[in-house]
Design a protein around this ligand. Structure first.
Ligand SMILES: [Zn+2]
Length: 229
């Protein structure tokens, strides 16, 4: 099953090799880069929100196309916009933890990272009554020691297999072109951002492509479960 979207254009080989090795060696409930290819399902993930303008518009688009997604929220932003956090959950999406300040984990101590993750967990749980089970390190950076620290906090670390780089492109047309030019397969996890204005503009395109390819969009939890049953 394929829809068309972009793979990382400029690889960082050492990091990619480590990542590939970890993804091979570790079970998916500890470290997830991609779901099972045996089911026609893909996960859209949105980082760095909630954003007061873009997140509501993105939620409108996802609702219109009946797409379930996963939002990796920054705790500091979630505290500013609690009604958006509740709306994300009420509309059937999954919450993930993206630290409190979005400090790259390789630039803070393990203790500081644990505090950031714990504080964000506490807030999201208080706001929604649901405990987030997935974590995404800012910029995808995580050292082995800090990775273990996150696991001890009960969180699955989730990276991505597809990055259309919506944080680099200048126009919807360019993002759409990237989505159309490259394949995306069952099990893929797509990285985008609701802190920026472009992702919400391509949801209709993604919905159309998924329909043609007969793949469905599911939350990260459902993608993980699809691989285990
Ligand atoms: Zn981020």
């Amino acid at each position: 099953m394929k829809i068309r979207t972009l793979r990382a254009a400029r690889p960082n080989w050492p990091r990619q090799l480590i990542r590939a090795a970890m993804a091979t060696l570790l079970p998916q409930h500890i470290f997830l880069v991609k779901g099972s290819a045996s089911r026609p399902a893909i996960s859209l993930t949105f980082d760095d929100g909630p954003h007061p303008e873009y997140t509501p518009r993105l939620l409108d688009q996802l609702g219109e196309h009946q797409i379930s997604a996963t939002f990796f929220l920054i705790g500091r932003e979630a505290e500013l916009y609690p009604e958006l956090v509740r709306r994300i959950v009420q509309e059937g999406h999954q919450l993930g933890n993206h630290t409190w300040h979005h400090a790259p984990p390789d630039q803070v101590s393990a203790r500081a990272l644990a505090d950031e993750v714990h504080r964000t967990q506490q807030l999201l749980t208080d706001l929604t009554g649901q405990v987030p089970r997935v974590f995404r390190p800012p910029l995808g950076k995580l050292t082995p020691g800090k990775f273990a620290c996150v696991w001890r906090l009960g969180l699955t670390t989730v990276l991505w297999s597809v990055d259309p780089k919506d944080y680099q492109v200048d126009s919807v047309a360019e993002l759409r072109r990237r989505l159309l030019d490259h394949p995306c397969r069952s099990g893929d996890i797509v990285l985008m951002h609701d802190s920026r204005p472009l992702a919400l503009e391509v949801i209709a395109d993604l919905a159309r492509m998924a329909e043609q390819a007969r793949v469905e969009f599911v939350t990260i939890s459902k993608l993980m479960n699809a691989g285990s049953d």
